[in-house]
Design a protein around this ligand. Structure first.
Ligand SMILES: Cc1ncc(COP(=O)(O)O)c(C=O)c1O
Length: 491
């Protein structure tokens, strides 16, 4: 072996600089012209398989320059672009460009934010990021938590913590096989599917979920919630937690959080708020009252990669008493020499992950670039654009505006003079709008998703996108109507 080792993975300073600058040039061009391209190429998996080719892993390595040139072409020319101003599907934000630079820097240093000793400055930055997120949503500074991969993981972390704190004594040690009572949880029917995975993952099973009906405003029906709790108590079951949505995934409705909080107090249950989508709207002063009760939450799921415009992946869980996280997740194996400094916060003790990347870094930079007032402006504009879409749909003779909450609008295409309302005609409209959505998603001019509202299949636009403008909203109306007419003519 040579005295100075030459590794197949090392890149010289000169080469790193050269290919790095080339990459930065390509990414700058890409970002600058993102509104001029299609949202998606609409290529099929088969076509894309052919694009990347079917060769086996190379026996001998390839030069970084060659790899990166090809990879840049693949990603920039064959991706769905959620940073495009007319991307409004599901809930993925336009990512703040500074996040891309943050990831480059974070991965160059590569701190392992599982233990303080392995990530001294990164741990402090994550702590500050968590503190800033709590400040942004206006809850007490007592809340603490950590960054996770997204909304699902934030909710899972809270769920297991609730199970430890409100479940039978020693559940951490004995598990649920020793419990005689059935553990049950409550959530509105509008709750995101994470709850099903959580119930399975943490041993309760999906039948432990009590899906509570919603009232005419689509908020959890508080009377039905209390009845369900009483019925479980009478049947000898053990209620653990109640979930309130601060912006449900389909239509953006915020549950009556204060009412849920008082039920939780009355029955000594854990109160969890899933604010993955909508909670950042609390920065808008006129909307703040909609979130009253959030300050009572035992835990909160936030999702910076949604309405805080961070690149994927970045979720955050906040817990009113962070010791509950320690109680749930902390162990001290002999092979960890992490306990010498009492001040040190070791994030592996706070959540499910052990080795942890520095996802807090991009959130930290994004929060600084926008500032609180930047969020108030961007989120406020997203909501105004969503309202504009609703109004334009309402006044168009071939569109039916269905719902508008926060930055989510649902609408559907109804052919001119079509008599909706009968069961047969409603079923035709559902099929028509489903076909229309598929057409739009493939077409690449706009990317919407769907919601089913009172049995009606709707197109759904969720604007968590600081690039969308009024012109896009006007264009989208035109695109939907044009494509809707085409499908009617074909059918
Ligand atoms: C309300 C709500 N909760 C949880 C999730 C899951 O978040 P993620 O996809 O980041 O895991 C979503 C995703 O859209 C959501 O809208």
């Amino acid at each position: 072996m040579e005295t100075y080792r030459k590794s197949p993975l090392e890149i010289s300073k000169e080469e790193f600089r050269k290919i790095g600058y080339q990459l930065i040039d390509s990414v700058s061009e890409f970002l600058d012209s993102i509104d001029k391209t299609r949202v998606t190429t609409g290529e099929t998996p088969e076509q894309l398989k052919n694009v990347i080719g079917t060769l086996s892993i190379p026996e001998d390595g390839v030069s970084p320059q060659e790899i990166l040139t090809r990879a840049t072409d693949l990603l920039l020319n064959h991706s769905l672009l959620n940073g495009h101003p007319r991307f409004m599907g599901y809930i993925t934000a336009s990512p703040a460009p500074i996040g891309a630079l943050a990831d480059l820097l974070a991965t160059a240093v590569n701190p392992n934010v599982g233990a303080n000793i392995l990530s001294p400055i990164a741990t402090e930055i994550e702590k500050q990021t968590v503190k800033w997120l709590a400040e942004l949503i206006g809850v007490s500074p007592s809340y603490g938590g950590l960054l996770v991969s997204g909304g699902n993981m934030a909710n899972f972390t809270a769920f297991l913590t609730a199970r430890t704190v409100k479940g039978p004594k020693n559940i951490k040690e004995d598990g649920i096989s020793n419990t005689t009572q059935k553990l049950v949880v409550y959530c509105p029917v509008t709750t995101h599917t994470w709850i099903e995975k959580a119930a399975v993952l943490f041993g309760l099973g999906s039948n432990a979920i009590r899906w509570i009906k919603t009232d005419p405003a689509n908020k959890i029906d508080i009377e039905a919630l209390e009845q369900a709790i009483n019925s479980d108590l009478q049947n000898g079951n053990k209620p653990l937690l109640v979930i309130g949505n601060a912006g449900d995934v389909s239509t953006g409705v915020i549950d009556n959080l204060a009412a849920i909080a008082s039920i939780c107090k009355k029955y000594d249950l854990w109160f969890h708020v899933d604010g993955a989508y909508g909670l950042p709207a609390i920065v808008i002063p006129e909307l703040k009252p909609l979130f009253t009760g959030i300050e009572e939450a035992d835990s909160i799921a936030l999702d910076p990669h949604k309405w805080l415009y961070s690149p994927l992946e970045a979720g955050c869980v906040l817990v009113k008493d962070p010791d509950h996280l320690i109680q749930t997740f902390s162990f001290h194996p002999a092979y960890y020499n992490f306990d010498n400094n009492n001040d040190a916060q070791n994030y592996y003790e706070y959540g499910l992950q052990n080795s942890r990347g520095f996802r807090a870094f991009k959130v930290w930079l994004v929060l600084q670039q926008a500032g609180r007032s930047g969020y108030e402006k961007m989120i406020g504009q997203d909501i105004q654009l969503s309202k504009l879409l609703f109004e334009k749909a309402k006044s168009h003779p071939e569109l039916e505006a269905i719902t508008q909450n926060l930055s989510i609008t649902t609408l559907r295409y109804v052919p001119l003079n079509y008599n909706s309302g009968t069961e047969k005609n409603e079923s035709y409209l559902n099929r028509l709008n489903e076909a229309l959505l598929n057409e739009l998603q493939q077409g690449g001019e706009v990317f919407l998703s769907n919601a089913v509202v009172n049995g009606r299949y709707c197109l759904r636009a969720c604007i968590v996108n600081f690039r969308t403008s009024e012109k896009d909203i006007e264009d989208i109306i035109g695109i939907i109507v044009r494509e809707g007419r085409k499908i009617v003519l074909r059918s």
